[in-house]
Design a protein around this ligand. Structure first.
Ligand SMILES: [Zn+2]
Length: 380
């Protein structure tokens, strides 16, 4: 038994000041105010020293850490993000990988997950390959312009198997329905995300049983088909659909998504449907002159923005900078909502009795003080 004391515990409905969390093995056993609890004498005491203790971050869209790819160096990458409070991540192969690279990435992630050494890796997020090559970084190099071929998609889906959680798709592509149906058949739990797309509402709704439930990085890499006045594309569709989650990249200068747009997103989707992601990606490309001084963005070979260099602690700080949300709301968007979107909320995503003791200790600026994964304090 372990007892975390002197904690300001971030619950889904508020903050429990001066709280105690009792942990037995890897599970949360009790959560109460210090004055209302009897801590067993045998319990190992962990003093949070007044830190905020919230549910570990769940980063569903994350490609690489510094020098570590979540695809090819999955174990090292998981440690890098764990240090920043990310107790759950989905390994995300780089956008635009060709067939061979994607197959290799899936094999490598599966191997790392099977080894038991990448405990924070909950599965795979495949950003493509069946997205619209007009949108996104490295657009000129996109190797998927030849369209959707049955023998290719079957091989990809079979390789991903039950390890995949999310496929990002562009519903306007010919053949996307066959791909999605096959993906759902191989793994009935898989979720579809809408992204790198210019689909109309009719094209999105035509996905039927494979309707996207998540918008891949809202307001980034989407387009609108020609319309008389204003087009209505994937972003607007997500704004309008109450059940749909919106991924948000919140960088320090609000470059991916303007601060006012982040506020609009929170206003339209509400606090329960926004998911903070890092979309962290490291390339060796230089920072274009107009972005001098910006350290948390990443760029492709043409100088276009290609993901970020964020970690989730930074993303939480940024959303508090750009909107009127506080610590509890940031935790909701970084932990609770993504766990729900993946259907993992019975296990993770909030501090509740019976859930896995994945916790992050932070100060009021989201500097990470300690990380607990499955009931074990991590040392780095
Ligand atoms: Zn991405």
């Amino acid at each position: 038994m372990k007892a975390i004391i002197n904690a300001n515990i971030v619950l889904t409905n508020g903050i429990l000041w001066d709280g105690v969390i009792l942990i037995e093995n890897d599970k949360i056993k009790e959560v109460k105010a210090q004055r209302d609890i009897k801590i067993p004498d045998s319990a190992e005491i962990i003093d949070a020293c007044g830190a905020y203790v919230g549910p570990g971050f769940v980063d569903i869209h994350v490609h690489n850490g510094i020098g570590f790819s979540t695809s090819y160096d999955t174990i090292e990458a998981s440690k890098y993000f764990l240090k920043h409070g990310e107790t759950s991540i989905l390994a995300t192969p780089s956008y635009g990988m060709n067939f061979d690279a994607l197959m290799k990435a899936f094999r490598s992630i599966k191997e790392a997950m099977d080894s038991g050494e990448a405990k924070s890796v909950k599965g795979i997020y495949s950003e493509g390959p069946y997205t619209n090559p007009k949108y996104g970084s490295h657009a000129d190099l996109n190797p998927w312009r030849h369209g959707i071929k049955e023998e290719e998609y079957k091989a990809i889906v079979d390789e991903a198997g039950e390890y995949i959680n999310v496929w990002t798709i562009a519903p306007e592509l010919a053949g996307i329905h066959e791909f999605a149906k096959y993906a759902r058949k191989v793994n009935p739990n898989v979720k579809f995300a809408l992204g790198h797309s210019e689909a109309t509402p009719a094209q999105i709704r035509a996905m039927g049983n494979c309707l996207p439930k998540i918008l891949t990085h809202a307001m980034c890499a989407t387009g609108r088909q020609k319309a008389f006045v204003l087009g209505f594309g994937p972003d607007e569709y997500c704004f309008k659909e109450p059940d749909m989650y919106a991924e948000l990249i919140s960088d320090s200068f609000g470059i991916h998504v303007h601060p006012e747009m982040q506020q609009l997103l929170l206003h339209t989707k509400g606090l329960d449907k926004v998911i903070l992601i890092t979309d962290c990606t490291y390339y060796e490309n230089p920072i274009p002159e107009k972005y001098t001084g910006v350290t948390d963005l990443n760029f492709d070979h043409q100088g276009h923005i290609a993901g970020s260099k964020l970690t989730m602690d930074m993303a939480c700080r940024n959303i508090m900078t750009h909107t009127n949300c506080g610590i509890a709301q940031a935790f909701k968007m970084a932990s609770t909502n993504p766990a729900k979107a993946l259907g993992l909320d019975e296990e993770i995503g909030s501090i509740d009795v019976g859930k896995t003791a994945d916790l992050v200790f932070v100060d009021d600026k989201f500097n990470v003080k300690n990380v607990m994964l499955g009931g074990e304090i991590q040392t780095f």
